[in-house]
Write a protein that binds this ligand. Structure first.
Ligand code: KG4
Ligand code: ZN
Length: 353
């Protein structure tokens, strides 16, 4: 079984072919990130226009790289939510058209669920991929941490899952991006904070961890405001002082201390909940998805505190890609889950787990 997966929910135009839910045959990603850097965040209209330009060549390359013709493809899968409306539309309309003209079944895929499923890929002949040796087993605890999502989900089996908790405000990656902005560090903020934190003292500041009523929910707005207040204090400026002028007043050593302290607290926040869920549900596997999986601090804290080891997939598969979409669709097809109607599938920008 070979499935073509298409992903356009944010700034990556991506397509990939996956076989039997475990073998990666191709993975092509065109990112419009370069166009967004100057604005300090993804501009939805620019991202959507980039998808229109990139989608056809990206799909053609994914087929070519996998040495598949359309005859070899058993189904098409596409992200229909969650994501940016204009961006999702490009992928969904493309997939609907292809499903009709190439006469293939169509699978509508939940983007966040797919971030979990990419961890089932264990084989590839493509160069430069380090994949897990073993597929995860159920019950499976998954932590999805990216610029758009921060969710903790327990899978009892395929398609039998519970959303345990999520952020009440910013996603963790988004919080990194905003704190980086306060410190005058370049976008995307995660890698910038990681870099700045290397020279900093993670205990220089004790930023607060939000306490929420729901056991597995968390929040990043409190710690983020605490960072702003700490920086204002360091610069000896009042709360109404323009925040973009603060960065010129900060020494590199101060930025490093704030970055390291925020990184420690933000990561601790999600790791605390992961450990709590691990103790309550005794999962056999734990997987991490999303761009923040790149964080060395996250990996260090999980390795320190979690009783079982985590097999991380390749970083190229932690960020948005078509392989995760195709992998989930393989399990849908194998287990007889319903297909989507190519004449009527709609996008769902606010789709939840
Ligand atoms: O999964 P992803 O590529 O896109 C979304 O679907 O959002 O995640 C991007 C996010 C950004 O917010 C970025 O700051 C964060 O992942 N990120 C990191 C690191 N590398 C990327 N966060 C913390 N530490 C990192 N090393
Ligand atoms: Zn994503």
């Amino acid at each position: 079984m070979k499935i073509l997966g298409i992903e356009t929910s944010c700034d990556e135009t991506a397509a990939a072919v996956v076989e039997d839910g475990k073998r990666l045959l191709s993975n092509v990603v065109a990112s419009s990130m370069d166009l967004h850097v100057q604005y300090g965040g993804v501009v939805p209209e620019i991202a959507a226009r980039s998808h229109i330009e990139a989608i056809t060549p990206v799909i053609e390359q994914a087929l070519e790289q996998s040495s598949c013709s359309w005859d070899d493809i058993d189904a098409i899968a596409v992200t229909y939510g969650a994501g940016l409306g204009g961006c999702l539309l490009v992928g969904v309309m493309t997939a609907r058209t292809l499903a009709i003209t190439k006469k293939k079944p169509l699978y509508a895929i939940n983007h966040v669920e797919a971030h979990v499923y990419v961890n089932f890929l264990t084989e590839t002949a493509l160069p430069g991929y380090a994949l897990p040796q073993n597929q995860p087993v159920f019950p499976l605890l998954s932590l999805i941490v990216s610029g758009g999502h921060s969710q903790l989900v327990l899978f009892r089996d395929h398609f039998d899952y519970t959303l345990l908790g999520q952020t009440g405000d910013d996603a963790i990656g988004e919080a990194f991006d905003k704190v980086a902005k306060i410190l005058g560090l370049p976008y995307p903020g995660g890698p910038s904070i990681t870099k700045a934190a290397v020279d900093g003292d993670p205990y220089a500041f004790e930023f607060p961890k939000a306490k929420l009523a729901a056991k597995y929910d968390y929040s990043f707005s409190g710690p983020k405001t605490a960072v702003l207040r700490a920086v204002q204090k360091l610069c000896d400026k009042p709360h109404d002082f323009p925040s973009f002028k603060l960065t010129e007043l900060l020494a590199d050593a101060q930025k490093a201390d704030v970055a390291a302290s925020f990184q420690r607290i933000a990561v601790e926040t999600v790791v605390d909940k992961t450990i709590l869920a691990f103790e309550e549900f005794s999962p056999k596997s734990v997987v991490i998805g999303g761009g923040v999986a790149a964080s060395p601090e996250l990996r260090r804290q999980l390795a320190d505190r979690l009783l079982i080891p985590i097999e991380y997939t390749d970083m190229k598969l932690c960020t948005d890609n078509g392989a995760m979409i195709a992998t989930l669709a393989c399990f849908k097809m194998q287990l007889g889950q319903p297909t989507a109607d190519p004449y009527s599938l709609e996008i769902e920008p606010n789709l939840s787990m």
